[in-house]
Ligand binder design. Structure first.
Ligand code: KG4
Ligand code: ZN
Length: 343
């Protein structure tokens, strides 16, 4: 079956063509340049830019796949969770195509897309423990089978990607900042500054990153007399490059510790040897290295999608949608966007 996947849940406009197991194309139009100056995603701007870009992105995906719209046999579209205005753009486009062409439509939970992204590149066996770690989510799931996901823990406050982005903003590194911190950290000492590793009392598998963010702010104030404001951005030139690298490496190490420990712990507790890490933050090089190293030591196996399938994309939505269509699931034109859609 040839599936067109659409993803517009946050700030990336994405379309992909999946023919059976063959990913013919995956096109992502980033809005980083639009939101960068604001230091975060501006929902109204995100939906407006989706609207301006969606048709061009769909055409680009079809062209790249050398597939005519007449050949498409099903549409998979993200229906939540995400920004409602953004989701509605993808949904409206999907419904329009499904109606005009008389082909089946299926709504996909964005989180399921991330959890199944690994299957775009390789087959793994269920069950597996999935760490989903992105700008909006930090959660642990037990994936028991296709469509069967049990949530084990989640963040109580910020998502890990949000922590990276907020730290980058304080350091004047722009938005989104995870990738920049990853790069700077390569030249820094992860033991230079001892940031706290938060533990949620009474729960081994919950996360909390807001204390770490506060610790960084306090460190900058105490050590460098820098008062943080929401619009801070001048530090890049204030802090010597060497120290900036040490801060990035130490901050990143704390986030990585807080992600690795519960993930491996839950796999061992459940007796599940396969772990999958997905979402934008799973592109982080230190997280990958540490997960692999620590998992090997405990006889666990960890798999990561390639970076382009870790960050938001429509290939993962097409894949998850294809599995749902195969199972006979269909949605009608009343399918709606749900901002906090649970998995
Ligand atoms: O999955 P994603 O593309 O969008 C959401 O659904 O949130 O994830 C984006 C997040 C951002 O917070 C970004 O800073 C982070 O992923 N990110 C990284 C890296 N690449 C992207 N964080 C740390 N290291 C990276 N290499
Ligand atoms: Zn995502």
């Amino acid at each position: 079956m040839i599936i067109l996947g659409l993803e517009t849940s946050c700030d990336d406009t994405a379309a992909a063509v999946l023919a059976g197991r063959d990913l013919r194309s995956s096109v992502v139009s980033s809005q980083d340049a639009v939101h960068g100056p604001y230091g975060g995603i501006v929902p109204e701007l995100a939906s407006r830019h989706h609207l301006a870009n969606i048709l061009a992105v769909i055409h680009a995906a079809l062209d790249k796949a050398v597939t005519a719209i007449e050949e498409v046999e099903g549409i998979a579209v993200t229906c939540g969770p995400g920004l409602v205005g953004s989701l509605l753009v993808g949904l409206s486009a999907a419904k329009g195509i499904a109606f005009a062409r008389g082909i089946p439509l299926v709504g996909v939970n964005h989180l399921e897309g991330h959890l199944l992204a690994i299957f775009l590149e390789r087959q793994i066996e269920f069950p597996y423990v999935a760490l989903l770690v992105s700008g909006g989510h930090t959660s642990l799931y037990l994936a028991e089978g296709p469509g069967q996901y049990r949530r084990i823990g989640a963040t109580r406050d910020d998502a890990a990607g949000e922590a990276f982005d907020k730290a980058a903003k304080m350091l004047g590194l722009g938005f989104p900042g995870g990738r920049v911190i990853d790069q700077l950290a390569r030249g820094g000492d992860p033991t230079a500054i001892r940031f706290p590793r938060a533990r949620v009392r009474g729960s081994k598998y919950e996360f909390s990153f807001s204390g770490l963010k506060t610790a960084l702010r306090e460190f900058l104030r105490r050590e460098h007399g820098v008062e943080m404001t929401a619009a801070s951005g001048a530090l890049r030139n204030v802090i010597p490059e060497r120290l900036l690298c040490d801060i990035a490496a130490s901050f990143q190490e704390a986030v990585v510790d807080m992600l690795v420990t519960p993930t491996l712990g839950v796999a061992e507790a459940l007796g599940v040897s396969q772990i999958v890490v997905s979402g934008g933050v799973s592109a982080n090089s230190r997280l990958r290295a540490r997960m692999e190293e620590d998992a090997r030591r405990r006889d666990l196996t960890v798999a990561f999608p390639s970076p382009r399938f870790c960050t938001d994309n429509a290939a993962m939505i097409a894949y998850a949608g294809a599995r749902r269509l195969e199972r006979g699931e269909r949605d009608d034109l009343s399918l709606n966007a749900v901002a906090s859609l649970p998995l």
